[in-house]
Ligand binder design. Sequence first.
Ligand SMILES: NC(=O)C1=CN([C@@H]2O[C@H](COP(=O)(O)OP(=O)(O)OC[C@H]3O[C@@H](n4cnc5c(N)ncnc54)[C@H](O)[C@@H]3O)[C@@H](O)[C@H]2O)[C@H](O)CC1
Ligand code: K
Length: 510
Amino acid sequence: MKLRWHRHGRSAEEIAGLPVVTATEMRAAEQALFARGTPSFDVMSTAGRAVVVAIQQRWPTPFKRALVLAGPGNNGGDGFIVARELANLGCDVHVAAAQSRDLYSGDAARAVALWGGHIARLEPGALAKLDEGDCVVVDAIFGIGLARPVEGQVKAVIHALHGSPCPIVAVDVPSGIDADTGEVLGAAPRAALTVTFGWPKRGHLLLPGKEWARDLVVADIGCHDADLPGLGAIPRVNGTALWRNDLPLPSAADHKYTRGHALVAGGATMPGATRLASRAARRIGAGMLTVAAPREAHPFYLIDQPGLIVREAAGAAGLKTLLEDRRFTATLVGSGLPADSDTRAMVEAAAASGRALVIDGGGLTAFADAGDVLAGFGRADIILTPHEGEFARLFPSLKGDKLVRTREAARIAGCTVVVKGADTVIAGPDGRTAINADAPAWLATAGSGDVLAGLILGLLGQGMPAFEAAAAGVSLHGMAGAAFGPGLIAEDLPELIPEVLRLLSEVDPE
Ligand SMILES: NC(=O)C1=CN([C@@H]2O[C@H](COP(=O)(O)OP(=O)(O)OC[C@H]3O[C@@H](n4cnc5c(N)ncnc54)[C@H](O)[C@@H]3O)[C@@H](O)[C@H]2O)[C@H](O)CC1
Ligand SMILES: [K+]
């Protein structure tokens, strides 16, 4: 039985490249599976057994007791399969269900029929069993069939579960989490582990669902990617599978002029951002890096990077003149710059130069009241890297979850858009999207975004295609953060890139 593990906050490589599906897409794929002749009850049995195997892998010492909370549908049906399998392994299993046996239908009714034990009512009193400890709770109330906020007894049970010392294992989706958006509908239990089937759902990777699902196991139940309608437009889990073939690695024939010449527009008031970005761009392999800045700022940039080239450039006109030199291959404007008309003019000059361009920080918020101007850029090799707040100011009218909004912004702007966060979403103007799942919380530190912008700049400058450069920059940023762990500050990140690249070179692609 193939189980792919994604431990919360750690490497997502086991699920990297997988489609991230909606409930509708999942149901379509299941129907294709059934149409190929696999009985739907066999799929439910496989799903239930996958939950048990995942529990055994996560907690090798068997639990004495289990409390299975079963909903009225097939998620509940899975729960009854789990109950029987655990009982067959000698576990003292108790089941509390949302309805009586006779009300179940279809596959769930078959699963209930196989459960010979008592079935209590699904209400807070059923949780008394947990007081005895050494117990696992199996949340099989709602899965992808959740259709409205939970309420009544279910909500009361979920609230009663909060703070329980017994780990909760969610079947398919933590009950109350919207599988398509990650929203909490009414209430949801905090799972220690979520076992889903076929592919990750968007609600497992988008906030807040990602925090409720915690460790995620994706169990193979026999579905094929080809069963998914519109596979090309379905988001993917970000990771090396999406970009490693495009990662620029030097060859013996390379020299500094062949590995790209990146340019960062530096300011005089907040040079730290430019210093972090330029260091990151060089660490990821940019052959040469020029900081274009007012003369009075030059000493800031040469302090600790003698390998930098620093050129005089006063405002947009100065940048425009510099960029007439065709040796520059990519530009970053906005890191450490004020969100004002001068910065906006610099962004427009850089965009007009035709170079690949990363727009970050003040370069983004300079367009806060003029998202339509950004929309005019219309080039995939222009990459916007807003955090959620900047994104909301740039595209205030967009509605829906983060994936929907990011994809729509990329379509409107005709650019590649990276909306940063614990659930960073990357979208290309062609509709391609990726959700990043492995950003450690340590990355939430000042300057971290400047390093990311620099990583993407450095990859662009070496000729990496924009979507892959954005996806790789986000992955490498997360890998560097994870390599350092607690106490991370932004200055550490560029210095961890060599180790991350070495580890990547040691891991042969499948
Ligand atoms: N054969 C298959 O398709 C497989 C499905 N698997 C599991 O089945 C669930 C999906 O089952 P489904 O019956 O469609 O929905 P749920 O069990 O998630 O929900 C049950 C039922 O509850 C009603 N409902 C929805 N929201 C609420 C609410 N807030 N309050 C009360 N009632 C609500 C609604 O009528 C739903 O239909 C999937 O997640 C898997 O766990 C197998 O794993 C694979 C085979
Ligand atoms: K569930």
